[in-house]
Write a protein that binds this ligand. Structure first.
Ligand SMILES: O=C(O)C1=C[C@@H](OP(=O)(O)O)[C@@H](O)[C@H](O)C1
Ligand SMILES: C=C(OP(=O)(O)O)C(=O)O
Length: 440
């Protein structure tokens, strides 16, 4: 089947826009999980409403929790989460959401019944074995068809003894986060030890720990690569979700590649989101970056390549590659071998697609080398990867006649992407139309 194509707009000049982004995917899905395990209802204000968070909400409902829209006075309703008296069995569609496929099985182990999990074809290829092995080591009966991958059938028995488990989370920090999120409800709590290559996406584990502490769970993370969660009740929460800083990447990049100015409203002063690394990265690449109480502003100037280890912020790689392909000096990105297990093999996809546009992108064992080269238009395939589509949109600002296949795939984390992008580029006349991106 031929997928639809979107003609990525070229920038008519330097962009100049203020952008308001929806809530963080990673925070929304963590709040939903702890809320489903809590001892009272919770309110999640300004949640992200996207494919990944809708799948998480549906997964929790399949296990007996309730997730309802309630008016919070904002542009979109809040979510009121009512935990189940007792988690039950059910069927869970994980889609292509890493957070759903890795966070739900440790929770499913607490259900009084069988929980069946499956997802998109690519979800069956994403790494899962350490989660299956860890649950089995804790005495949970999990069927995986001998593949260590989805589809899974978790035979929940209503409780999990807990204890201690050792796993290799080198392929995804989500293996650790998923176990920690459920651990306070295991009878003896849980100690999780990571052994193996360095853990990627460490800020995401810090986010898990901070979320747990916010709901009264005691977590000791004082020893590197060891997390100890004490058993105990999970309190309800009433929380405002921060804007998604990884989704800010293409918009801030737009300022950098057009010599323009973009402000993202509501950028937090303190955050565990990996996307906060954009401040240093864009600064190193030549942009002017300033954070104040209202938000983050990026002004583009000369654009240079960068030598960066992005193992803490792998989500940013696709957009950084787009920046690098338009920069005047080479870029080397390291520490991101785990991106081969993301929505697609991101290293291969970025090398293939940018090379097809005339660029020079070479895969290494653990990253990419990007060299300056003139780019031409063409079709960018997106492999069901929201961030490849966003990276292509950034290239399109400077490369005429660039088409993006299946730009709708951005709905995984940012359903309004095309509208926001076009509003960012629109002239003042377009400002009268309702839009979430506006000119200053
Ligand atoms: O826990 C999370 O919310 C996430 C952790 C990271 O996963 P990996 O450690 O698998 O890269 C990140 O890339 C993903 O987008 C979200
Ligand atoms: C890797 C990502 O997603 P997931 O949560 O599906 O792993 C991502 O959003 O960049």
């Amino acid at each position: 089947m031929e997928l639809p194509r979107w003609s990525a707009p070229t920038a008519p000049g330097p962009v100049d826009a203020v952008v308001t982004l929806p809530g963080s995917k990673s925070l929304t899905n963590r709040y939903l999980v702890v809320a489903a395990l809590a001892d009272r209802p919770s309110r999640v204000r300004g949640p992200l409403r996207s494919r990944d968070t809708a799948l998480m909400a549906a997964a929790l409902e399949a296990l007996g929790a309730r997730v309802e829209d309630v008016d919070g006075g904002g542009p979109e309703p809040d979510w009121l989460v009512t935990p189940a008296e007792r988690l039950t069995g059910g069927r869970v569609d994980v889609g292509l959401a890493g957070t759903v496929m890795r966070f739900v099985p440790p929770l499913a182990a607490l259900a009084a019944g069988d929980v069946a999990l499956d997802g998109d074809p690519r979800a069956r290829e994403r790494p899962m074995a350490p989660v299956v092995d860890a649950l089995r080591a804790l005495g949970v009966d999990v069927e995986d068809g001998g593949r260590g991958a989805l589809p899974l059938l978790v035979h929940g028995r209503g409780s999990v003894g807990g204890g201690e488990v050792t796993l290799d989370a080198g392929a995804s920090s989500q293996f650790v986060s998923g176990l920690l999120l459920a651990a306070a409800r295991y009878d003896r709590g849980l100690v999780v030890r990571h052994v193996g290559p360095p853990l990627p996406s460490e800020p995401h584990v810090a986010m898990t720990v901070e979320t747990l502490r916010d709901v009264g769970v005691v977590v000791d993370d004082s020893e590197p690569d060891v997390w100890s969660v004490r058993p105990g009740p999970v309190a309800g929460l009433d929380v405002q979700v921060e804007p998604d800083l990884s989704s800010a990447a293409p918009f801030l990049a737009a300022a950098a590649v057009t010599g323009g100015r973009v402000r993202v409203q509501g950028w937090p002063q303190h955050t565990t989101q990996a996307g906060d690394a954009l401040r240093d990265l864009l600064d190193e690449m030549g942009a002017e970056v300033s954070l104040d109480r209202d938000g983050l502003e990026v002004r583009g100037g000369d654009l240079y390549g960068v030598d960066a280890d992005l193992h803490e912020a792998g989500e940013l790689v696709p957009v950084v590659v787009a920046l690098a392909a338009l920069a005047s000096t080479p870029t080397r990105l390291r520490g991101v071998a785990h991106l081969r297990g993301h929505e697609t093999d991101r290293l291969a996809a970025l090398a293939t697609e940018v090379t097809r546009l005339g660029g020079s992108v070479e895969e290494t064992d653990d990253g990419l080398v990007v060299r300056p080269a003139p780019l031409r238009g063409g079709l960018v395939r997106t492999y069901a990867d929201h961030r490849i589509a966003q990276a292509a949109a950034v290239l399109g600002l400077r490369v005429p006649d660039l088409e993006v296949e299946d730009v709708g795939t951005t709905a995984k984390t940012l359903p309004g992407f095309v509208g926001l992008w076009e509003s960012m580029l629109a002239g003042p006349a377009a400002r009268a139309a309702p839009a979430r991106a506006s000119r200053p």
